[in-house]
Ligand binder design. Structure first.
Ligand code: BYC
Length: 337
């Protein structure tokens, strides 16, 4: 299963020499580059190039939005979970995802962007969030498969982020990964139970795997050759492992788990390559991926409108919290006077 042991040191020579990025203060820039080269952490109060700040706000806010929108496909099943135990687990999991979104918004705020600006990006449809949450959860087996495969892919991507060069993001990721690990296991266990059930239950698991497998491989982002942000992200120690390498690690870790489960992964080209010591796999439908990222997947519009409605409906809670804080401050001032 997935553990923090996936957090391995970078291969020697993985970081190319620092390019001169901008016309920003060259002394500050040299200090920043030296700290990145020494694998040091950058903290909110430290000087950083504007492009580094912008990249972090982009990635961390997309990540936060993914956690928040990611509550919706599984949230749909809370009222229909097959037992009290499964309902309690699912409520806890969905609540964890909300918590992850909040840590991540807080981490993004340390870079000088307000929560309102971040949310406006999501609600207006300008900001991206993970493609995976734009597909429907048709059966209870989808909830198990999201835990096993979607959270499994998320952990694979996020464990290297625990060593990200930006301190608040890296620290948030440590806790997020621990919780994601529980999410992955609960999904796998739910599927194991279904696979000891009736033929209809087994078929439901296989059908869900068939629908989610390729979408999960696409979650890691475009192939390295088509990934415009990777080179700079790796140089800055934000990304530690490339999209394709993470995807390969995920396939290699998942194939044996599928065997234990007793399901078939829907890829006729999936086979062990002795020379590479990895599994080969088939072609991902990148046109479908980009179509979904651009807002035209099966559930994009529904997800966004549900989020916007939840935010609007929650306005009175924010107003009440602010009024309460103001009242407390006024009282404290009066007492101090
Ligand atoms: N979906 O140059 P690239 C979770 C975009 S939460 C949509 O490779 P980068 C969970 C990418 O943003 C999972 N868009 O970019 C929650 C970029 O567009 P912009 C979320 C994608 O940043 C609840 C463009 O494509 N995890 O699992 O170097 C319940 C080119 O890509 C996707 C994170 O956010 C995608 N799948 O690498 C259960 C982890 N992939 O911004 C589970 C943090 C790529 O230039 N993020 N794009 O307009 C990352 O690690 C990186 O941002 C990515 C992309 C690997 C996702």
């Amino acid at each position: 299963m997935y553990t923090q042991s996936f957090s391995v040191a970078d291969a020697p020579g993985q970081k190319p020499a620092a390019p001169t990025l901008s016309t920003e203060n060259p002394e500050e820039m040299a200090r920043f580059d030296a700290r990145i080269d020494a694998d040091g952490r950058i903290e909110p109060q430290d000087w950083m190039p504007e492009a580094y700040r912008k990249t972090l706000v982009r990635q961390i806010s997309q990540h936060a939005h993914s956690e928040i929108v990611g509550m919706l496909p599984e949230g749909n099943w809370i009222s229909r979970a097959p037992s009290l135990k499964r309902k309690a687990i699912l409520i806890a999991k969905v609540q964890d995802e909300g918590g992850h979104g909040l840590y991540l918004y807080s981490a993004a705020e340390t870079l000088g962007t307000s929560r309102d600006q971040l949310l406006e990006g999501l609600h207006s449809g300008r900001a991206k969030y993970s493609s995976i949450f734009n597909y429907p959860t048709l059966t209870w087996a989808d909830v198990g498969v999201i835990g096993w495969l979607v959270d499994g892919a998320a952990i694979m991507n996020q464990i290297p982020l625990c060593r990200c060069s930006y301190g608040p993001y890296a620290r948030a990721m440590v806790r997020v990964c621990k919780e994601e690990s529980f999410h992955q296991r609960q999904g796998y266990e739910a599927l194991l139970v279904m696979m000891t059930g009736t033929e209809a239950q087994k078929a439901m698991v296989q059908d869900a795997v068939n629908r989610w497998w390729w979408k999960c491989l696409a979650m890691f982002g475009p192939p390295d050759a088509d990934s415009p942000n990777s080179a700079q992200g790796m140089r800055w120690g934000i990304k530690r492992i490339s999209n394709d390498d993470l995807r390969q690690k995920f396939v290699d870790a998942t194939v044996p788990q599928a065997k234990v489960l007793g399901i078939t992964l829907p890829d006729p080209d999936l086979k062990w390559n002795e020379a590479r010591q990895h599994y080969d796999y088939g072609q991902i439908d990148w046109a479908e991926f980009w179509n979904t990222v651009e807002g035209n997947g099966p559930c994009n519009k529904e997800r966004l409108s549900t989020r916007v409605k939840a935010h609007t409906d929650g306005q009175w809670v924010r107003d009440a919290a602010l009024a309460y804080t103001r009242k407390q401050q006024e009282r404290a001032m009066k007492e101090a006077a």
